[in-house]
Design a protein around this ligand. Structure first.
Ligand SMILES: Cc1cc2nc3c(=O)[nH]c(=O)nc-3n(C[C@H](O)[C@H](O)[C@H](O)COP(=O)(O)OP(=O)(O)OC[C@H]3O[C@@H](n4cnc5c(N)ncnc54)[C@H](O)[C@@H]3O)c2cc1C
Length: 511
């Protein structure tokens, strides 16, 4: 039996892994986190994907239990600014399109000659709530869409989609999980791993630390961030860069204090396209997290910092900027011998669409599903590596779409984005989407978190990859679709009246 798991690294990945494994195995498996007192965590990673709530639910944590400790707020969408051209706006919400006569509203809207500026306004409900800064829950705690007839949220409780995710302070979350985990039996060792010792087969036998001597284990989880201390530096696993497809390799971040009582809270992430990349704006309860993601081929760190300061905090020159070099790509295998890499050590695509923590959650869930015994069947790591690799590759393709299909074309950065290398199979898929919007049969073919509706929203919102309406709609009566579009607008107006503002709801949660 595998009795002893050692997690190296105490960032978001390390503590999410440790607490999840502890919850799954209880005292049947001992879990130890070895965390350097010297090497800081990455210090960013504030927006999430809607499946993250399953992580908290699994640990038995309700929103009031953890949100106030982590400065957490709600995220119902990403608002894309300037991607079609300077001044343009559209939203990518956690919301499926409603369906009429077997075709969704995106198809109908296109068939009815929809204006690209109005997609999110006419076919989706959440963006209208975003514009009014409404909370995704009613004052009594019920989900905002509870009771809405005919809405696409009827299945909102199902695993595949949920109408919101969270913004939170990742450092505070790691601290929260440290307390949560250690109270439930996770061992916490503050020590620098100076050496990783392998046996004659090349498997990891133990770690050597100055502070606590040797630390032995059966299974080692590498959560050491971009350095990949175990998986890359020790085991030599090949890391494949995605920079030929996704060139952003740097970021600079700021933490900007905000008096939310005065300015309120947007229930969404904003991604603003800039001349050589894009800026994230993430409202937490008490501050804004912001950062410029860019490629050093097009912009220097000094220029990036100056751009970010001017954009986000022109009157706060004392804020300390965090410059980060990003390793974009993934290990060929994230599980090698008795080592599994989770988090930045496994793979990372840039933060657009906030999938870093989603990759961590997926890595942990898959580790439990494929957890080995003393026979170490090679089928388990093989299946694990295939699933984890596909998830990252699928998100890579989704992000490549963001740049390839963006109509913005005013700088060399955006012009070059139209001619970069595409992931395998994507050129054919893009071609097909010129005549038919993406659907579940024509998007990246393996699970990667994003459903077909997300690909539709992005393709239509970005505006640089035209597509034609589905011909069959020309033979069908559009009246029911028009009625549904009208009903959707009425539902939105009604909800705007009924729902508290995001700030009001969070204030109540934090009181
Ligand atoms: C610019 C940027 C923006 C991001 N934005 C988002 C986002 O909005 N949403 C999202 O989901 N994700 C985001 N991410 C990803 C997210 O930040 C990470 O996935 C997440 O924080 C996990 O990091 P980690 O724990 O793998 O690594 P780190 O935070 O780097 O932690 C590494 C740990 O390893 C320890 N360590 C290192 N060396 C040793 C050693 N020798 N001995 C012992 N311990 C050691 C360190 O002390 C530290 O505890 C972003 C990432 C970047 C770079």
């Amino acid at each position: 039996m595998i009795r002893n798991v050692v997690v190296v690294g105490g960032g978001t990945a390390g503590w999410m892994t440790a607490t999840y494994l502890n919850k799954t195995f209880g005292d049947r498996v001992s879990v130890t986190v070895v965390e350097s007192p010297r090497v800081p965590t990455i210090g960013v990673g504030e927006a999430t994907f809607s499946t993250v709530r399953h992580f908290f639910q699994y640990l038995g944590l309700d929103e009031p239990d953890w949100m106030p400790s982590c400065g957490a707020a709600y995220k119902t969408a990403i608002r894309f600014e300037n991607w079609r051209g300077v001044g343009s706006v559209f939203y990518h919400p956690f919301e499926r399109f409603r369906t009429v006569d077997g075709y969704d509203l995106a198809d109908w809207w296109l068939g009815l000659g929809g204006d690209p500026e109005s997609l999110h306004d006419e076919c989706l409900l959440v963006p209208q709530l975003c514009e009014e800064r409404r909370a995704p829950r009613r004052s009594d705690g019920r989900l905002f869409a509870a009771g809405l007839q005919g809405s696409s949220f009827q299945e909102a409780e199902q695993r595949a989609q949920f109408p919101y995710a969270y913004h939170f302070d990742a450092t505070q979350l790691a601290q929260f999980l440290t307390t949560f985990g250690t109270e439930r039996g996770v061992q916490h060792v503050l020590a620098d791993v100076a050496e990783v010792v392998q046996d004659e087969r090349g498997w990891i036998s133990h770690l050597v630390t100055a502070e606590h001597g040797e630390i032995h284990g059966d299974l080692f989880v590498d959560c050491t961030g971009f350095r990949g201390l175990l998986i890359n530096q020790t085991l030599g696993e090949k890391f494949t860069s995605f920079e030929d497809m996704l060139p952003n390799n740097r970021a600079v971040a700021l933490r900007v204090p905000r008096d939310m009582a005065t300015v309120g809270i947007n229930p969404y992430t904003t991604a603003t396209a800039m001349e050589a990349g894009w800026i994230w704006t993430i409202p937490l309860y008490g501050r804004i997290g912001t950062g410029y993601v860019y490629s050093d081929k097009y912009c220097s760190p000094e220029e990036a910092e100056a751009t970010l300061r001017a954009f986000a905090a022109p009157d706060q020159p004392d804020l300390v900027a965090n410059h980060i070099r990003m390793r974009i790509g993934r290990n060929e295998r994230s599980w090698v011998n008795n080592c599994v890499a989770i988090g930045l050590s496994s793979g990372f695509v840039e933060p657009l669409e906030s999938t870093g923590i989603f990759f961590i959650q997926n890595g942990i869930e898959q580790l439990v599903r494929h957890f080995p015994d003393e026979n170490w069947s090679p089928a388990l790591p093989e299946a694990y590596n295939q699933q984890v690799g596909r998830v990252i590759d699928g998100v890579r393709e989704f992000l490549v779409l963001h740049y390839r299909a963006a109509a913005r074309n005013d700088t060399r950065y955006w012009q070059d984005a139209k001619t970069r290398v595409l992931p395998p199979g994507m050129a054919e898929r893009l071609d097909g989407w010129r005549s038919l919007l993406p659907d579940e049969n024509t998007i990246y073919p393996h699970f990667h978190g994003f459903e077909a509706y997300s690909w539709r929203v992005m393709l239509l919102g970005l505006g640089g990859h035209p597509t034609t309406p589905r011909p069959v709609l020309g033979h069908l009566d559009p009246a029911p679709a028009r009625q549904e579009l009208a009903r959707l607008r009425e539902d939105a107006q009604q909800l705007v009246k009924e729902l508290p503002s995001c700030h009001e709801y969070l204030q109540q949660l934090n009181s």
